[in-house]
Design a protein around this ligand. Sequence first.
Ligand code: G3I
Length: 458
Amino acid sequence: MNRRSTDGRGPAIRPRVLLLSLAAGTALLASTMLVVPAANAAASTLGAAAAQSGRYFGAATSSFMFSNSQHTTILNREFNSIVAENEMKWDATEPQQNGFNFTGGDRLVAHARANGMSVRGHALVWHAQQPGWAQNLSGTALRNAMTNHITRVAGHFRGQIHSWDVVNEAFADGGGGGRRDSNLQRTGNDWIEVAFRTARAADPGAKLCYNDYNTDGINAKSTGIYNMVRDFKARGVPIDCVGFQSHLGTTLAGDYQANLQRFADLGVDVQITELDVAQGSNQASIYERVTRACLAVARCTGITVWGVRDSDSWRRNENPLLFDANGNKKAAYQSVLNALNSVSGPNPTTPPPTTTAPPPTGGGCTASVSLNSWNGGFVATVKVTAGNSAIRGWTVRVALPGGTAVTGTWNAQASGSGGTVNFANVSYNGQLGAGGNTEFGFQGTGTGPSGTPTCTAS
Ligand code: G3I
């Protein structure tokens, strides 16, 4: 049962770093380090354990919490993704119309960068937590304000955000499976797709998610969202992921995993975005089952818990998180860590999202890199595009300048030596139709890749 009233680009970059060796296994390569998930070794933190299967494990936080050493010590030790609990919402980022404030969000992003974490963006448009001026708008004025907001905020954080919750909680509770009434909905039923198209234009590298609650099983609300996503995919509306908030009570729907899978089968990633579970005899078990469900769905790319310690939670009287108010690990923490450690190697069960026969070989591919770099580090997003024929798989060869180290990779398998790294497709993104594309990414220290990568199709 859901509990509710009213959230990486890169997975971990702190799994163990393995210096690649040459075939003889003796010559260490000075210039390139790759993060290689440790097979069969129990990781001791949530982020490192999730990274073993190429996933992230994140937490919601606020920049004002960074001065709390207990909170921040746990955050930095355990998590490799963060999301702003409030500081990237509309009321926080645009308190006056066209008057933007990115102070909190910038601090979160800087903290993430400094600590090797990816960032989820939450949330661009939502009926709640709108600034007063937006609450008072309607019609074309509100629609224009919405698109301006998305353009400016997603534009400001362009290249910094793994996934954006573009639209939050737009569906109604209560069994009809329809949209929630709101000032945004009253601007026209197309407001959600306009929001997604605007977000894509503002930050082409971010995954664009629809995010909602009470969707933790196959029910009328989740089916309404499912139908919207299916329609968006059919019409080419740019949606990449669906977030399942998962504010949970003392039971979990038996079809929780099946629900995730049916969305994944539409060709979107799924993410657990705001997980918290009421304290009770089932808390550890529910946390474990949610974690195992994500691990069992190849396109479930990560889990975010909605806070660090019970005392940080919006539901603090229900003690719903993984650490108690004193920062101690709870039984639920151990159950999640054990579940994450039970899986070794990327994408444990990787049924392709569709069951079509493999396409014939023979098509070519191209690759392009979009680079976000800062002093000492970078995130590279690589777009792989099939040529005139469908392809079964791809390998992208990237040249790295001396001194550059790759510290994390997502949606691809990295291998290589010296100043060249090869990134091969993983099981779910190798098959591309003619002209189709997919993206993978990597991050690291140094100046990032140079030149245009080469793509080889199989
Ligand atoms: O910052 C003001 C402060 O200046 C003021 O003095 C104080 C007085 O109430 O309010 C402060 O704002 C509060 C804000 O959190 C920051 O602490 C708001 O009142 C309070 O309503 C707000 O609550 C947040 C809530 O979203 C708003 O709907 C929670 O922290 C946050 O955990 C919660 O998160 C949502 C997700 O965004 C979407 N999914 C559900 C989830 C839980 O409701």
